[in-house]
Ligand binder design. Structure first.
Ligand code: ZN
Ligand code: ZN
Length: 336
């Protein structure tokens, strides 16, 4: 099968991923072999590929096939697999596998498991025509989901859903969503489901139109350094942040009312003023039951993914476009 392989980290402008024939083994135990249909191209893939996360120990192996938001059809099964059969369509999210025994795993927070394995980061992922997955950690995909366009449900979808759940939203509240990219455009839609007033905050004029299309009630256009955030001091009940820039993070804090909620889903420096009593919550991804909720909401047509298709061999181009902010919504690789 063909795959885009990362031998060593480097710049995507140098076409760092190589299009190659890769041997894939038969699945054993709880494993399943998937014929991949599509895989989203995530900002975190870009970080790992370019070596930004070497200090976090990623990539966890070399060479590696990146990609962690995948929809695929089951090709064959290991001998211990239950409840999944050949031909089923399933999705794989960033959490490839967890221990199943620790406190986090037994309380529905398996994505915090210290023994977790990560799709496309510590094990091979979905920039490929086929992959091995753990049958216990995939979710069945409803038949009315678009198998190509909707693979991002498995990373930005679940990430946006879980971030929104933590933001304490209600009909009389105002929530600011900072950063309207792959995750942000979904946060806007999930936030609307709570009936809150949803305000998109972005430095990109191009994202303004997308934000309104995704249901934003208002859009605040920020200067590149977020200096005009002062104008909106203490106006948000909650703020959900997916803009990975220190200036965006520090200035976003100013826009939250005292004792409001800040949900942060990206790395960045924070200058915390305890006198505001702002409640800061980190958000990572979610577990299998969260993923089922996301699929249910998507299958009811209540959220919509904006995506742009690329061929597998054009993954470098998709990453370059992502880096340059040229993608509205999400890039997806069409794999078979
Ligand atoms: Zn992702
Ligand atoms: Zn665990």
């Amino acid at each position: 099968m063909k795959a885009m392989v990362l031998n060593d980290t480097g710049k995507v402008e140098d076409n760092i991923l190589k299009y190659k024939d890769v041997e894939i083994r038969e699945p054993g135990g709880y494993e399943i072999l998937l014929d991949n249909i599509s895989c989203g191209v995530c900002h975190s893939n870009l970080h790992m590929i370019e070596g930004d996360w070497i200090s976090h120990g990623l990539p966890g192996k070399k060479p590696i096939i990146p990609g962690h938001e995948i929809i695929g059809r089951v090709h064959s099964l290991g001998e211990l697999v239950e409840g999944i059969k050949k031909g089923d369509v399933v999705g794989v999210q960033p959490l490839f596998q967890a221990c199943g025994k620790c406190d986090y795993c037994t309380t529905g927070r398996e994505y915090l498991c210290p023994y977790g394995k990560w799709t496309g980061e510590t094990v091979d992922g979905g920039y490929s025509q086929q992959m091995i997955a753990d049958s216990r950690y995939v979710n069945k995909v409803p038949s009315n989901i678009d198998y190509i366009k909707d693979s991002p449900l498995f990373c930005p979808g679940i990430t946006a859903y879980c971030a929104t759940e933590k933001a304490e939203l209600a009909p009389d509240k105002t929530v600011y969503v900072v950063g309207i990219g792959g995750v942000g455009h979904l946060v806007l839609q999930f936030a609307k489901l709570y009936g809150s007033r949803v305000v998109a905050v972005s430095t990109s004029k191009a994202h303004e139109e997308l934000a309104y299309k995704m249901g934003a009630d208002d859009v605040l256009l920020m200067d590149r350094d977020f200096s005009n955030a002062d104008k909106y001091r203490k106006t948000a009940d909650s703020l959900i942040l997916f803009a990975p820039y220190d200036k965006a993070i520090m200035n976003s804090m100013k826009m939250i009312k005292d004792s409001g909620v800040m949900v942060q889903g990206v790395f960045g420096k924070i200058d915390y003023d305890f006198t505001t009593e702002i409640r800061l919550k980190g958000t990572k991804i979610g577990g299998r039951h969260d993923m089922d909720q996301v699929l249910k909401i998507a299958s009811q047509n209540r959220i919509k993914i904006e995506s742009k298709e690329y061929r597998l061999e054009d993954a470098n181009l998709a990453l370059q476009d992502l880096k340059q902010g040229k993608i509205n919504g999400r890039a997806v690789l069409k794999l078979n």
